[in-house]
Design a binder for this molecule. Sequence first.
Ligand code: S3P
Length: 168
Amino acid sequence: MNVFLIGFMGSGKTSLGKKIANKLNRTFIDLDDLIEGKEGKSISELFSEKGENYFRQIEKSVLLSQSKDKEVVVSLGGGACCNEESWKFMENNGLIIYLKEKPEILFGRLKQNKNQRPLIAHLPDEDLKEFIDKKLSERSIYYDKAHFVYEKDKSSFKFLVKQINDFL
Ligand code: S3P
């Protein structure tokens, strides 16, 4: 069974995903890296040259092309889980973990790292805060349905690994 890691930009999915994969002795896959490899373009180039709708289609098809029998840890871009088809696919083919982080922490991280992220690269800091609040509340409809919600300051990594192992 696969492990899918979801959460907002800047929540630390990639580093947590690598840590989980290492602990479970599994391969780690970053969905954005797969998209960039498949398209031969960076995520920023895809957004600027082809637009967000095109990116979302590719993002969905790359996720859905993951083999159902795989036993990998997949980290998804922040918006990748937010449609019915992708959600159903993940639900039927793995364990979904939401890495939850407070909006003020996300803001602190994202304002230092806007350039590589096409959705926020153009936003002044005042608007970034509002963007995070709005998108988080829209996306929480999906995020909050995850099998597990992991908040780093509320529970330990060891406990998360135990929960995953019990589930798998
Ligand atoms: C996006 C998040 C990004 C990337 C793209 C869109 C989003 O991934 O997929 O820029 O819609 O939240 P990360 O969450 O890994 O930054």
